[in-house]
Design a protein around this ligand. Structure first.
Ligand code: HEM
Length: 540
C-alpha cells in the first residue's frame, strides 16, 4: 500500500523530470503538436499511472489505467471534482451553470436538462438539423453557380469572417476570383443550437448578425501572445491569474456580456411568444430553467435570479456551439486526406433510399458514415485531458501493477484529498497499447463489425476498451449534448457528402498545424489565425 502526498512529497510514483524550472511539463503539454503521443511516451516509460511536475513545484498524477479511470469518472461529482482553477476559468467565461456546479446541485441541474436531450426530443430536432444544413448547401450552390459551376470553390470552414470577406475561387490553378464568404461551420452550429435547444431562430445563415457571433469571432481569431498562452495555462492552477487585466480577460468579458445580451433578448421573446419554435420541445429549455429557479424560490425579477438562468443558458450555448464545429472540420479534413474513404461514405449515403435519412433509417443505416464519425471523435477529441481534484481521500486500484520509484510493483494507490489528477482522454482514445499498432491512424474500418470479429475472441476486455471513446468524458458529468451532436453531425455529413466533394487546398498532404484558443482547432500550416479553407466542388 502506498501513500502519495500532493506537492513536493509525491515522490513514490515515477514520472518525467521537470523540464522547466517554473512550469514543470506544462508548456510541453500545452504547446505539443501531438499531446497524445507525449502521454504515450510517458506511459511506455513510467507505466499507466505516474506523476508529472507542474507549476512552482506542484504535481499531478496522470491516470491512464482503465480500472482507475473508470473509478474516477464514476465517482466524479462526489470524490473527484473540477479543480478550483478550472472552475475560475469557467466562472469568468461562461458563468456558474452546469459546468461550474458540483455535487447535488449539479445532479439537480442535470435532471432539469435531461428532458431537453431525450431521444424523443432529438428525433423532433432532425428537421431543424436538415434545415440548417440545406441552408448551407444553398449558400454553397449559389457560390458555385455564380462563378463557375464546374470549378472548385474555396470555403473557409472555421475561421470567423465578415459576410463580405473575400474568398478565392479555384477556377484554374493559380487564378483567383473574389467571392463572398460566410463562416460556414460556425453559423451552422449557431443556427441549429438556437432552433433546437432554445427554440429560437438566429438566422445567421441568412446573414443576420448577432453580438455573440462577433465576440466569438474575435475570441477565436485573436492569436494569444506568449504571455497570454502562459496565462491560459496558469489559470488552472492559480485562479487569481484570471483577474489580471490581460487581453484575453477582456475577450472573455466581451464574450460573456454579448452572450448575456443575446440570451436576455431570447427571454423577452420567449415571454412574448415570438421567434419561438415550439414544435421541438413541449417546454423550451429556457422554460425548464425558469421553472427550476421558481421551484428553488429564486426571484426571477432580481438581477441575481436572472443571472442564474442566464448562466445556465450560456453554458449550453458556449459548450454546445464550438466543439461540434471543430469535429465537423476534422471529419472533413480526414475525408479530404483520404479521398477513397470519402468516396466510400458518399456511395453509402447515396445508396440509402430517400433524399433524407429519416429518424428510423438514421438509427440503422450508413454504418460506414457512423464509423467515420467515431474514428474522427477518437482521433480528434476537443478536450484532450480531463483535470480533476480529489475532494476527499480515496484509493485507486489498478488493473495493471506499476513500478514505483524504488522499483517495487504496486497495484493500489492512496490518493489524499487535494491531489490533482489528469486523465489523458486523447491518449486513451489513440494509445497503441489499447487500439493496436494502427492506433494513431485514421481507420474507420476498425468500427465495422468485421474488424471486431476478425480478432476472433470477442467479447473480451481488450475489445470493449477498444470500442470506448473518451471524447465526451464519462460518468455523471458525461457531455450532456452527446446524443444531440451525434445525430447532428451524421445529418450534416450525410447531406454535404451527397452534394459536395471536399479537398484540402494543397491536396491530401496539406500540412496542418493547430490554433490555440481555449480549445485547439486545426489550421493550415503557415496561414494566419485559425484558417482552415477547403476546396469544394459538386459531386458529378
Ligand atoms: C462533438 C461535440 C462535443 C464534444 C466533443 C463535447 C465534449 C464534452 C466534454 C469532454 C465534456 C466534459 C465532461 C467532463 O468534464 O468530464 C462536456 C461537457 C458538457 N457538454 Fe459537451 N461536447 C460536445 C457537444 C456538446 C453539445 C452539442 C452540447 C449542448 C447542446 C454540449 C453541452 C455540454 C455541457 C452542458 C457539458 C457539462 C456537463 C456537466 O458538467 O455535467 N456539448 N462536453
Amino acid at each position: 500500500r502506498w501513500v502519495i502526498m500532493p506537492g513536493f512529497h509525491s515522490i513514490l510514483l515515477r514520472g518525467p523530470p521537470r523540464d522547466d524550472f517554473l512550469f514543470g511539463v506544462m508548456r510541453l503539454m500545452r504547446l505539443s503538436t501531438h499531446p497524445n503521443v507525449l502521454f504515450e511516451n510517458w506511459a511506455n516509460r513510467y507505466g499507466s499511472t505516474y506523476r508529472i511536475p507542474l507549476l512552482l513545484g506542484s504535481h499531478a498524477i496522470v491516470v491512464s489505467d482503465m480500472k482507475a479511470v473508470t473509478h474516477i469518472f464514476s465517482k466524479d461529482t462526489y470524490t473527484y471534482v473540477r479543480s478550483p482553477g478550472f472552475r475560475a476559468v469557467i466562472d469568468q467565461v461562461i458563468g456558474r451553470g452546469l459546468l461550474w456546479v458540483e455535487g447535488d446541485i449539479h445532479r439537480r441541474q442535470r435532471r432539469t436538462m435531461n428532458p431537453a436531450f431525450s431521444p424523443t426530443v432529438i428525433k423532433r430536432m432532425t428537421p431543424a438539423f436538415y434545415d440548417a444544413t440545406y441552408k448551407l448547401k444553398n449558400v454553397w450552390d449559389k457560390m458555385l453557380d455564380s462563378n463557375a459551376p464546374n470549378a472548385a470553390v474555396e470555403v473557409e470552414m472555421h475561421e470567423w469572417h465578415d459576410n463580405e470577406a473575400s474568398v478565392r475561387l479555384a477556377l484554374f490553378p493559380g487564378i483567383t476570383v473574389k467571392g463572398k464568404l460566410i463562416h460556414h461551420s460556425y453559423v451552422l452550429r449557431l443556427d441549429t443550437i438556437g432552433t433546437t435547444v432554445f427554440g429560437y431562430h438566429f438566422n445567421s445563415l441568412e446573414g443576420k448578425k448577432s453580438a455573440v457571433e462577433e465576440s466569438l469571432r474575435i475570441y477565436n481569431t485573436t492569436i494569444p501572445t506568449t504571455l497570454g498562452k502562459l496565462a491560459l495555462s496558469l489559470y488552472m492552477f492559480l485562479p487569481w491569474v484570471g483577474k489580471l487585466p490581460t487581453k484575453r480577460k477582456q475577450l472573455n468579458t466581451n464574450l460573456s456580456e454579448s452572450a448575456r445580451e443575446m440570451l436576455e433578448s431570447i427571454m423577452v421573446n420567449q415571454n412574448q411568444d415570438q421567434a419561438r419554435d415550439s414544435q421541438i420541445l413541449d417546454e423550451s429549455i429556457v422554460e425548464l430553467f425558469v421553472k427550476e429557479a421558481e421551484d428553488d424560490g429564486v426571484d426571477l425579477q432580481s438581477p441575481e435570479g436572472k443571472e442564474e438562468v442566464l448562466a445556465k443558458m450560456k453554458n449550453l450555448l458556449i459548450a454546445g456551439s464550438d466543439a461540434p464545429g471543430i469535429i465537423l472540420v476534422w471529419a472533413l479534413i480526414e475525408l479530404a486526406r483520404h479521398p477513397e474513404i470519402q468516396k466510400r461514405v458518399r456511395e453509402e449515403v447515396m445508396a440509402t433510399p430517400g433524399a433524407e435519412l429519416e429518424w428510423r433509417i438514421l438509427q440503422s443505416s450508413c454504418p460506414f458514415l457512423d464509423s467515420v464519425l467515431s474514428e474522427t471523435l477518437r482521433l480528434h477529441p476537443t478536450v484532450g485531458e480531463t483535470h480533476r481534484m480529489a475532494n476527499e481521500d480515496d484509493v485507486l486500484h489498478l488493473k495493471e501493477p506499476i513500478l514505483d520509484s524504488s522499483g517495487q510493483l504496486v497495484d493500489c494507490i492512496h490518493i489524499p484529498k487535494g491531489t490533482s489528477i489528469i486523465i489523458p482522454n486523447h491518449y486513451l482514445n489513440s494509445s497503441t497499447s489499447i487500439w493496436g499498432p494502427d492506433g494513431l491512424n485514421f481507420n474507420p474500418e476498425r468500427w465495422m463489425g468485421t474488424y471486431l470479429s476478425r480478432s476472433g475472441d470477442e467479447p473480451n476486455d481488450a475489445i470493449s476498451e477498444r470500442r470506448r471513446l473518451w471524447t465526451f468524458g464519462d460518468g455523471p458529468r458525461i457531455c450532456v449534448g452527446k446524443a444531440f451532436v451525434m445525430v447532428q453531425l451524421k445529418i450534416v455529413l450525410a447531406v454535404l457528402l451527397r452534394h459536395f466533394v471536399f479537398e484540402l487546398p494543397q491536396g491530401p498532404n496539406t500540412p496542418l498545424d493547430f490554433h490555440l484558443s481555449l480549445v485547439r482547432r486545426p489550421k493550415v500550416k503557415g496561414m494566419k489565425g485559425a484558417a482552415m479553407p477547403f476546396l469544394i466542388s459538386r459531386v458529378d
